[in-house]
Design a binder for this molecule. Sequence first.
Ligand code: ZN
Length: 378
Amino acid sequence: MTDAADLTARLIRCPSVTPEEGGALVLLGDMLAAAGFELHRVDRNGTPNLFARWGAKGARSFGFNGHTDVVPPGDLGSWTHPPFSGHVEGGLIWGRGATDMKSGVAAFAAAAIDFVTETPPDGAVILAITGDEEGLGRDGTLALLDWMEAEGERMDVCIVGEPSNPELMGEMMKIGRRGSITFRIVAKGVQGHAAYPHRAKNPLHALTRYLAALIAAPLDEGTAHFDPSGLQITSIDCGNPASNVIPERATAVVNIRFNDLHDGDSLTRDLTARAEAVSAETGVGITLTPELSGDAFLTQPGPFVDLVRDVVAAETGIVPVLSTSGGTSDARFVKNHCPVVEFGLVGHFMHQVDERVPVEQVHQLKRIYRRILERYFA
Ligand SMILES: [Zn+2]
């Protein structure tokens, strides 16, 4: 039996703040290799990634995806136990990554090792583990998927083991995510004296008119599996110290979390057209630079989603809600490879000081992953 809680504590002791490997992937690789997994380090541009497969290449396969990197601990003095101590006390494992998500990686690695050792399946189990999810992520799971594509490696389905439950184990699994896009907006007018506005073009008036129109009406009413899209103005800046000067330039930032009625291109077209209309009315040029984090996606409910939901319900006594809420995750990349769902621990302490996880929850998550594997290959 592989002890997922002990493995969690040992992984926490690897100081793998993005993009440092910190020994985490080496530790996992050694355990997986000992259990008969074939390993490939898929490092790209200095980002460490680990691909591990038990079973034959090309066989029917079940995949897990997760990350061993963690966000920085912040002020060390604020922690009850040092963030990389992996301190275990009172039924809790303490440290950075305890919930997000060394415990999730430990749970699926332990479940996979025990499963292939005790009940070898007719198929393959694949672990695609990255050392960069918390950073830009360009050379993390994306690099693994690019490498798999080039090598002819395939997962038929995949679970991303990110924390998915808000408060209670079993209450939520994610079958998709909203998309996210940020627009950096620049309004450029003509500087002038506040007493002689006819000789100036005030970019703040044009910008606020534009922004007010953006928030005046909702983008949509939501769809079958998604909440309504949300638009937030996250910054308005002009940096003008003088009260009697109309500034030349003003900027704003808008972030949109959007459902499956939109994509990055459609939102860019819409917001650009509206900017051009305000520019035409005011003579102030309004330009947008879009930064797309990811489009919305949905894994359609079906046999795979049912299997995960049924096992979670059997193990926790709670039927999980099929959700698309929350921020982005690497599922946004995996969805281009195969059907993907996210199920993991309770995310309550993610990125917080004194991040910690109940030992029993880690064992429970391992039992869930093990049962999912058994059902999938039954
Ligand atoms: Zn995470």
